[in-house]
Design a protein around this ligand. Structure first.
Ligand code: IVH
Length: 679
């Protein structure tokens, strides 16, 4: 036994010594594989003879795998700030102007850098030796990742050169190369280990891991882009100079850092970097522009969490890679089943994305997408995220095909495949709880009866607990039930019930619109109501009757006829017609010539969306002011109200020389003639 004890202690000393050479002095006397062998041997012996209790101070606790390290919290010497960011030229120019106005100088030098998409890291060096490596955390306190960082080859354990300060805080980005990421994931997938969805997640996962995998961590990269505590006696008085000094001491810095003055040169730098972005072997998400002079940086100072002297100019129209974890099926209001890809969460332009719609099965086929695939996701402008393509090079053997569902995920009925529209539908109508919930939500929303406070959450609970089985059940609710069931207070419950009671007075047109039939919006509902005059007439009409209506196309007629003749819908409509007081005109709709305003007896068309009102609110306002809302532009049109993203109607109105009202003009009219005069 004495022999074994000696052997273990000697081996510990050897591993400690080689580890010191390797991790602290950045040199080695033996090959990596020999070192790994010694560590493994030591670990084996310590485990086998654990009764000797020799592993208390063993180097196996701080190096190599599998050592569990709890990530301790650790304070930065100086706070680690973040960056304010802009996404467009306009806002970048605002930053540039602010700086120049504040400093009262047109000629300011900026250090322009790449914004590497990794994790911020703070390295504390004492007398040139790496003492601590801390993640950003909340900016004041981060996690101690020193043991892991000591293994990263691109981070020196000891600084080289002259004038090395006693104490130094180095800030930079830790990241994984794209090529390394592919290699790492391929290996992980072969051995059924965890694969990461992008380089940033991979770097974060490896850096913060509890079980240190020496050979993997070693290949993480580091790029220094700043400093925290930096002694004044070092003679670099600008940011660029300081980075170069850090480089002389052995820290890696980016070769793309550039000193630029004019905003035109900076915009050129931005464009150039954006163009080469895909050719770089690491991910970046923008550029960082920093005032170069340290004196001017001090003059400009900080805001709460970011300096005034720097800005991240991010790439907006951004693509990111993530992994499809699973596919779920969503039942829409009209029964259409939409496949939704659940992905490993990613952040694109400041928004966390966890789900992406796959639209339909034709799209799935077109993309040739499987569960487990890596996909490129794009979020252009302010719109919904979209999968652009599958990265076939990352595809592993463990991927699974996306199966077309046979049963509705909610009501379990057999789904119907609609080949013409490549859509799959649940044809149970309002018998399917999900369709009932969504239809009810629409029915009660601003587009429908405009019932105050009855949101999707409350409706869901009411449906799930069978208090609402059909639309007309809404009118039998009482406030006690709402309080009991849905965590709403008594006051709100009373308000909801009052609003429900008020909504019982409704016009036929509004009622039709509230049903949420596809393509039957407010304008078409008006046409239908004026023609059929009552619910009774409506439900007894034929498809031909609907088709012959002016302003109602084939598709709309088809949707209307199908909806009304679906059994559960028909029963619901009949039930509602008994509960509600459906009239042809609104009793408050009382306009005389004396009230005239620009819209009185005029034909108005709306194109694009307005930021102040929903479409239905605009229509109602115009109607209340005595105007007529038309769906299409013709020579009979008097006004066109134009919002954001106007379409064909707008261009046609220009050709016909129709008076255009932009949103603010429309608002002025509404204010003057509707709100102020209490129309
Ligand atoms: S400077 C006080 N420069 O971006 C200035 N940050 O969104 C602090 N980043 O937390 C940061 N590349 O992790 C700076 N060239 C660069 C950068 C950079 C990437 C990261 C950094 C920071 C985050 C802010």
């Amino acid at each position: 036994m004495i022999c074994i004890k000696d052997l273990i202690l000697k081996l510990q000393a050897r591993v400690r010594y080689y580890g010191y050479l390797y991790y602290s002095l950045n040199t080695s006397r033996i090959s990596d594989s020999r070192y790994d062998f010694l560590v493994e041997k030591l670990r084996f012996l310590e485990k086998k003879y654990h009764n000797l209790l020799l592993n208390k101070d063993s180097p196996t606790l701080t190096i190599g795998a599998p050592v569990i390290i709890g990530l301790k919290k650790c304070q930065h010497i100086t706070p680690m700030l973040s960056l304010n960011h802009v996404f467009d030229i306009h806002n970048y120019l605002k930053f540039d102007k602010k700086i120049k106005d504040f400093l009262k100088d047109k000629y300011i030098s900026f250090c322009c850098e790449l914004k590497i998409d990794g994790l911020a890291l703070n390295l504390i060096y004492k007398k040139g030796i790496l003492l601590k490596a801390i993640t950003r955390g909340d900016g004041m306190i981060g996690e101690d990742v020193t043991n892991t960082v000591r293994m990263i080859s691109s981070i020196p354990r000891q600084l080289q050169g002259i004038n090395i300060p006693n104490k130094l805080e180095v800030r930079g980005e830790i990241f994984m190369l794209k090529s390394e990421f592919i290699r790492f994931n391929n290996e992980a997938s072969r051995s059924h280990a965890k694969v990461f969805s992008n380089t940033r997640n991979a770097a974060a996962g490896l850096l913060r891991q509890k079980t240190i995998k020496n050979h993997i961590v070693k290949n993480l990269m580091f790029c220094c882009h700043g400093y925290g505590y930096y002694p004044r006696y070092t003679n670099s008085c600008n940011h660029y100079g300081r980075l170069k000094q850090l480089h002389c001491w052995g820290l890696p810095i980016s070769g793309y850092n550039s000193i630029l003055e004019s905003h035109l040169d900076i915009l050129d730098f931005y464009k150039k970097i954006k163009n080469i972005r895909n050719f770089l072997n690491f991910d970046i998400d923008g550029i960082v522009i920093k005032v170069n002079s340290i004196v001017l940086q001090h003059k400009l100072g900080f805001m709460s969490r970011a300096p005034r002297w720097a800005i991240a100019f991010k790439f907006f129209d951004q693509e990111k890679t993530s992994k499809v974890l699973k596919v779920i099926y969503q039942v829409g209001r009209t029964g259409v089943i939409t496949p939704i890809a659940k992905i490993d969460p990613i952040c694109i332009s400041g928004v966390i994305i966890k789900s992406v719609s796959l639209y339909n099965f034709r799209e799935i086929e077109k993309l040739d997408i499987c569960i487990g695939d890596f996909v490129k996701i794009k979020r252009s402008g302010d719109v919904i995220p979209k999968i652009i393509n599958v990265i076939k090079g990352y595809r592993s053997k463990t991927i699974k095909k996306i199966i077309v569902p046979t049963f509705c995920p909610v009501c379990k009925s057999v789904l119907k495949i609609d080949c013409r529209y490549s859509k799959i539908r649940c044809v149970q109508g309002l018998k399917c709880k999900e369709q009932l919930k969504k239809s009810l939500y629409y029915f009660c929303s601003k587009n429908g009866l405009n019932i105050y406070g009855l949101g999707f959450k409350i409706i869901s609970k009411l449906v799930d607990n069978n208090f609402i089985k059909k639309f007309s059940d809404v009118f039998n609710l009482d406030s006690n039930l709402l309080v009991r069931l849905s965590d709403v207070g008594k006051k709100l419950a009373n308000k909801i019930i009052n609003s429900i009671n008020q909504s019982k007075e409704i016009t036929l047109s509004k009622f039709l619109c509230a049903l949420g039939i596809k393509e039957i919006g407010s304008i078409k509902s008006d046409i239908i109501a004026k023609h059929f005059l009552s619910i009774n007439n409506l439900i007894n009409s034929t498809f031909q009757d609907f088709c012959s209506l002016k302003g109602i196309g084939f598709k709309a007629a088809h949707n209307l006829f199908n909806f009304i003749n679906e059994e559960s819908n028909k029963n619901s409509i009949i039930g509602l017609s008994k509960t509600l007081n459906i009239s042809l005109y609104n009793t408050h709709y009382n306009i005389t010539k004396a009230d005239s305003n620009p819209f009185f007896q005029k034909n108005v068309v709306i194109s694009g969306s307005l930021s102040s009102f929903s479409r239905i609110e605009v229509i109602n306002l115009i109607k209340k002011m005595g105007g007529r809302v038309m769906s299409n532009v013709s020579i009979a049109t008097n006004y066109i109200i134009v919002g954001v993203n106007p379409g064909q109607k707008f261009y046609k109105s220009k050709e016909l020389n129709i008076k255009i009202l932009l949103e603010h003009c429309f608002l002025d009219i509404v204010k003057t003639f509707y709100i102020d005069k209490k129309f």
